[in-house]
Ligand binder design. Structure first.
Ligand code: ZN
Length: 409
């Protein structure tokens, strides 16, 4: 087993961990560990909320979740010899849940607290708890499904330089200014409330808090990409922006569907990840790389028998949009949710299945004006019953009045 260079105590709060996590991006956060190119090592993490969500049957913790200290990230890790302009090569060797903590959760966040892709349709907080059985997940809140997770870090990336951080803040502030009172907000500006920047404290912390970037959006450095296929066995190529690269990670996902549509839409877990790092000196300029990229894993579940739902860029009210992939994705999701209700699932259950199971979302076309076309593919094999249309069906096999997502109590 590779040596653990960052460990967590699951019985302690984030502020009592050693080393301390961080929950914003900033180039001056002190390194908590140091590795050499060629080294293998393990990084343990809490879940993205820092232990706020419990394995129970109430969604109160989702409704009341404090997002100001999220995500909790573990690092930064110095990669010795890394300099701005290098490519940091990161292999994800393996990833899993902490022993004795083999469970995770998916949350539908309320419109007032995070929202989600379909928050206008599903505005209330809900929670599903998942139990892990090796590579498989099942939920007492969503009967009739069992699937293999594509386990991955939702969030991993190198620290930005001061100039890159300033650029993030400039462009996001400009967007927020177009509608500053929107709920949910258009973007999240720097926020001192709830901030943790590792061991930084006092005036140094307060100064950095004015510019430290929130962790919600993915950016050029990778960050919160929530790409399910950056999974065990994949190799990531990160641009290096600061000396030592300062690699951080967190928000491990047992499984996630493309789009992670319920917001907290993966199966969120605390766990460990084994990594190997290397450097390509001066690689960014030689390859013209300005943004992280990755190579997929040779290991993936074999889900070839899929039912695929299409969506086009036309609103439910009949409004015609021009090449709008977001509207098309929304319609594909709504089509799939309505279809899964045929088998007895509640809308929230179907929404959650799309969000956290290994569902593939694809852009079919963006040239056939005026309609963008997308598709989402649902593996038929993950259901205990046949979901394909036939002459006799559909058959209601799930009783969502007996088992549904946890509500607020
Ligand atoms: Zn996550």
């Amino acid at each position: 087993m590779p040596k653990s260079i960052i460990t967590v105590d699951m019985n302690k709060a984030p502020r009592d961990q050693d080393p301390l996590p961080h929950n914003r991006w900033h180039p001056d956060i002190p390194n908590v560990a140091s590795v050499k190119p060629g080294e293998e090592f393990r990084v343990e993490t809490m879940d993205w909320t820092g232990g706020q969500i419990k394995n129970d049957d109430s969604a109160n913790d989702i409704r009341d979740c404090d997002l100001t200290p999220c995500h909790h990230l573990f690092g930064p890790i110095e990669v010795q010899g890394a300099e701005p302009g290098d490519i940091l090569v990161v292999d994800i060797l393996d990833i899993g849940a902490h022993r004795g903590d083999e469970w995770g959760y998916t949350g539908i966040f309320s419109t007032e607290n995070g929202g989600g892709f379909l928050t206008d349709v599903y505005p209330e907080a809900r929670k599903a708890i998942w139990d892990f059985h090796g590579i498989y997940a099942t939920s007492r809140h969503i009967p009739g499904v069992r699937f293999a997770g594509i386990t991955h870090p939702g969030l991993i990336g190198c620290a930005p330089s001061h100039s890159l951080l300033a650029e993030w803040n400039r462009r996001e502030a400009e967007l927020i200014a177009t509608d500053p009172d929107r709920v949910p907000p258009l973007a999240l500006p720097p926020l001192e409330t709830g901030i943790m920047l590792g061991s930084m404290s006092g005036a140094e912390l307060s100064k950095a808090a004015q510019e430290a970037a929130r962790t919600i959006p993915p950016r050029e450095h990778g960050g919160n990409c929530d790409i399910k296929n950056i999974s065990r066995g994949s190799r990531i190529y990160f641009p290096v922006y600061v000396p030592g690269a300062k690699l951080s990670m967190g928000d491990y996902h047992f499984s996630q569907g493309d789009g992670e549509i319920t917001f907290c839409g993966a199966i969120e877990m605390a766990g460990w990840m084994d990594l190997h790092v290397d450097l390509i000196k001066g690689g960014c300029e030689r390859y013209g790389i300005e943004q992280a990229m990755f190579k997929v894993s040779p290991v993936d579940p074999q889900y070839s028998d899929c039912l695929v739902f299409e969506g086009i860029g036309v609103g439910e009210d009949g409004k015609q949009y021009y090449n709008d992939v977001t509207i098309a994705y929304r319609r594909a999701c709504l089509n799939a949710i309505e279809y899964l209700k045929n088998f007895g699932y509640s809308g929230e259950q179907a929404y959650t299945i799309l969000s956290c199971a290994p569902v593939e979302g694809r852009v079919g076309g963006v040239v056939d004006i005026p309609n963008a076309c997308v598709s989402i593919a649902i593996p038929c094999e993950m259901f205990e019953f046949d979901i394909k249309p036939n002459a006799q069906g559909p058959r209601k096999v799930v009783d969502s009045s007996a088992a549904d997502l946890a509500r607020c109590t």
